[in-house]
Design a protein around this ligand. Structure first.
Ligand SMILES: [Zn+2]
Length: 209
């Protein structure tokens, strides 16, 4: 294999910006585990805004191209940073778009990590797609509910803040509505924090300035 694991992980970070840290961690694990079985993969999509989702939905319907999604804006876990797509690479580094045994193996590895795989869907097989819902439906998410973020994860984020959660990514995540901003009060150290409270923490760390 010509491409290295480190390179694949670095490549993935850009696509994982704005993806929930728990889901992003699973994506990194997936890349590592697949690589160790001789299957290099890339992350092709992470967070997708509602506008971007509507654009994609129009493809093959009101715009040229083939249909790639059945979800309108707000109807995909991508819109809430809880999904990512992958693709298998050939040995020469090009993308292998043929869904073969390698793709299915990556699907199985992802499921072993607790991810839901689009390749298992009955109606619309979405082989590149993984999601992690935290038990939240899209209706919940559209109503503003968000997965809890534990203390440990917050500490991790603080530690990582100069990496994955760099100022630019946080701003982008806020613009895209992943972090809602300072809306629901102050941070209590013993309780799980919401993304809104996380924004407060990041603000206090001077990272939103
Ligand atoms: Zn997807």
């Amino acid at each position: 294999m010509t491409i290295g694991l480190k390179e694949l992980l670095e490549k993935a970070e850009k696509k994982l910006q704005g993806v929930h840290p728990v889901v992003a961690a699973k994506a990194r694990q997936l890349i590592t585990m697949a690589y160790k079985e001789g299957i290099p993969i890339i992350i092709t999509q992470g967070l997708r805004t509602v506008e971007e989702q509507n654009e994609l939905y129009a493809q093959g319907r009101t715009k040229p191209g083939k249909i790639v999604t059945n979800a309108k804006g707000g109807y995909s876990y991508h819109n809430f940073g809880l999904a990512f797509d992958f693709a298998v690479l050939n040995a020469d580094g090009s993308v292998n778009w043929n869904v073969d045994e390698k793709w299915k193996r990556v699907g199985a590895i992802g499921k072993s990590l607790g991810l839901e795989w689009g390749g298992d869907w009955k109606k619309f097989k979405d082989y590149p797609h993984f999601q992690y819902t935290f038990g939240l439906s899209l209706t919940d998410l559209r109503a503003g509910k968000r997965p809890p973020t534990t203390q440990k994860e917050v500490q991790q984020m603080k530690d990582d803040v100069k990496g994955h959660w760099a100022e630019a990514s946080i701003r982008k995540a806020m613009e895209k509505g992943v972090i809602k901003g300072y809306t629901d009060g102050t941070f209590k150290p013993d309780e799980p924090v919401t993304r809104a409270q996380l924004a407060v923490i990041l603000d206090r760390l001077g990272l939103l300035k």
